[in-house]
Design a binder for this molecule. Structure first.
Ligand code: MN
Length: 263
């Protein structure tokens, strides 16, 4: 398979290196296009108002002065010389569980794969201090192999979190739904050298009610979590209810170009 590998921890990050090695060992053509420096928690940001500089490190590896999503877009439209079969993102340094996926550059890069019509996987290692990527890289390559045998389809994104345990201590793999991750959102209020107030976001993960089947719970219990995600945020069950508000524009709308009754 032709794999586009990226991350949000930056080019040369150990999680990316371990994953590139594992994928190449399985015989996949692995093209690395990654941010030149850490761009974690960038979500789906893209760069519009400044140039994207690229350094080609070798035939199949580039570092880009943009976000993870920039990397995927640039890779697929300018850098990678062949059709990409799968976008792989990670292995991230830290969890991307539950609601983390909305902030995660790792997961957003994989989502961009979907938006480009290519299926994708995001891998994260759920650890806080010690990061040993070898076992997670082995698992990632194994899952990529499983996906290629089962035909993922063009609109599938798997978000995978690996517990920080040696692989012989993993309790198994669970296909499960996203849970919830709340943070304490502590804004440290400080003074800069010029006497101006600034804030710095910190705070640990706070307790949250998670259903027993969620990814948060599964990883806490020692399982590898695999969560299929989709991009469409529409709540179909609300379409009719909100339409029931009868949102017809009133006849006197200040500055309206619509005619009354048009919606
Ligand atoms: Mn990261």
């Amino acid at each position: 398979m032709n794999i586009l590998l990226t991350n949000d921890d930056g080019y040369g990050a150990p999680g990316l290196e371990a994953l590139a090695a594992a994928l190449r060992e399985e015989g996949h053509h692995t093209f690395v296009v990654a941010p030149e420096r850490e761009r974690s928690a960038m979500g789906h940001a893209i760069t519009l108002h400044k140039p994207l500089h690229v350094i080609q490190h070798h035939e199949q590896a580039w570092a880009v002065s943009g976000t993870p999503v920039d990397c995927v877009k640039l890779a697929m439209h300018a850098l990678v010389p062949c059709k990409v079969d799968l976008v792989v993102s990670g292995i991230n340094r830290g969890a991307n569980l539950g609601t983390d996926v909305y902030y995660s550059g790792t997961v957003s890069a994989a989502i961009e794969g979907l938006l480009q019509g290519v299926s994708a996987m995001a891998f994260s290692l759920v650890a806080e201090e010690q990061f040993e990527y070898e076992d997670a890289a082995w698992l990632a390559a194994w899952l990529v192999g499983a996906a290629s045998r089962h035909d993922m389809g063009p609109r599938t994104l798997l978000n995978v979190n690996v517990p920080s345990l040696p692989r012989h201590q993993w309790r198994g793999v669970r296909v499960c739904e996203l849970g919830v991750r709340h943070y304490q959102d502590v804004y440290d209020r400080r003074l800069d050298p010029r006497g101006r107030i600034y804030y710095w976001l910190g705070g640990a993960v706070a307790a949250a009610d998670n259903p027993p089947g969620s990814d948060v719970e599964m990883v806490a219990r020692g399982f590898v979590s695999v969560t299929p995600l989709r991009v469409d945020l529409t709540r179909p069950e609300d379409l009719e209810r909100i339409a029931g508000w009868g949102l017809t524009l009133p006849s006197q709308v200040p500055g309206a170009t619509h005619r009354a009754g048009e919606s």
